[in-house]
Design a protein around this ligand. Structure first.
Ligand SMILES: Nc1ncnc2c1ncn2[C@@H]1O[C@H](COP(=O)(O)OP(=O)(O)O)[C@@H](O)[C@H]1O
Ligand SMILES: [Mg+2]
Length: 249
C-alpha cells in the first residue's frame, strides 16, 4: 500500500521548447503534495502528462508498480487517476445531486457489479448522500449548480472527481477564482479527502498550499528547482528569490 505514483525522468518538448525537463517525482500512497511555480513553469503540462492527455518525449509513469506510460487517458482514468472536473463540465441546469449521480453511474457501468437493480439504485443514492455530506453540500443538493456561489461550484467539482473513486487525484488550481473569503471551503474539503487517496495540488495560492501539503515541489522552466517539506521550501533562498520574494505569495 505504499507504492502510489512514481514519475521517472519525464520530459516533454513542444518543437524546440522544452516544457518538462527530466522530472522525477515520488508520490507514495496517501501523499499530500503540492506543485508550485510561476506562470508558464509547466505545471499544467506536467498534470497533462500524468493523466495521459499528453504523451511525454521521454520518461515513465508507474502506478502502484505498474508502468502506465503507454495507457490512454481513458485507461488511466479506469486505473484510478483523476484530475478534477472543471466547472465548465458541470451541468449548470441540473441540481447538485443530479450532477453527482452521473459519475457514480458511469463508474458503476464499467465495474459491472453483481447486485440486483434495486439494490444497485439504493446503493448509488446512498453513495450520493455520502458525497453530499462529505463535501458539506447537503443543504444545496436540490439547487441547480448555476445558482451556487463560485466556491461552492468548486466543491461540487471536487465531489464529482471523488465519485470516480480515484487512487490519485490531481487538483489544478482548485481555488482559482474563489474569493479569499470562501477559500477555506476548498481548503477544508481537501483536508477531508480520504487518507489513502494520493493527492497532488497545483496551486498559486500559497495559503492553500501550506495548509494542505506536507511535500512541496517547485517547478521552474519545466524542471524541479527544489522539493521539500513546507518549512524547507518557505526558508529556501532560491524559492524566496524566485517566488515568495517576488510578490506572488
Ligand atoms: N500545446 C502546446 N504547444 C506549445 N507550447 C505549449 C503548449 N502547451 C503549453 N505550452 C507552453 O509550455 C509552457 C508551460 O505551460 P503550462 O504547462 O501551461 O504552465 P503553467 O501551468 O505552469 O502555467 C509555456 O511556455 C506554454 O506556453
Ligand atoms: Mg497552469
Amino acid at each position: 500500500m505504499t507504492a502510489g505514483l512514481q514519475i521517472k525522468n519525464l520530459s516533454k518538448n513542444f518543437g524546440g521548447l522544452q516544457v518538462a525537463r527530466d522530472i522525477s517525482v515520488d508520490l507514495p500512497t496517501g501523499a499530500r503534495a503540492a506543485l508550485i511555480g510561476p506562470n508558464g513553469a509547466g505545471k499544467t503540462t506536467f498534470a497533462n502528462l500524468v493523466i495521459g492527455a499528453l504523451q511525454p518525449s521521454a520518461g515513465s509513469i508507474h502506478l502502484d508498480g505498474k508502468d502506465i506510460s503507454s495507457l490512454s487517458e481513458a485507461a488511466r482514468v479506469r486505473a484510478g487517476i483523476a484530475k478534477t472536473f472543471q466547472i465548465t463540465n458541470l451541468f449548470r441546469h441540473l441540481t447538485v445531486r443530479d450532477n453527482l449521480r452521473l459519475p457514480v453511474l458511469e463508474r458503476e457501468r464499467r465495474t459491472s457489479r453483481l447486485f440486483g437493480r434495486y439494490d444497485d439504485d439504493e446503493a448509488i443514492e446512498d453513495e450520493i448522500e455520502r458525497l453530499l455530506s462529505d463535501f458539506r453540500l447537503i443543504e444545496l443538493a436540490d439547487q441547480e449548480v448555476r445558482s451556487l456561489a463560485y466556491g461552492q461550484q468548486r466543491l461540487v467539482e471536487l465531489a464529482l472527481s471523488l465519485a470516480l473513486k480515484p487512487r490519485i487525484l490531481i487538483l489544478d488550481e482548485p481555488a482559482a477564482g474563489v474569493p479569499s473569503s470562501d477559500s477555506h471551503l476548498v481548503i477544508d474539503a481537501i483536508k477531508r479527502l480520504p487518507a489513502d487517496l494520493t493527492v497532488l495540488v497545483i496551486e498559486h495560492d500559497m495559503k492553500l498550499v501550506f495548509e494542505v501539503a506536507s511535500r512541496i515541489i517547485v517547478l521552474v522552466n519545466g524542471g524541479i528547482l527544489v522539493e521539500g517539506a513546507p518549512n524547507e521550501i518557505s526558508s529556501d533562498p532560491s524559492v524566496r528569490e524566485l517566488y515568495l520574494g517576488a510578490g506572488h505569495a
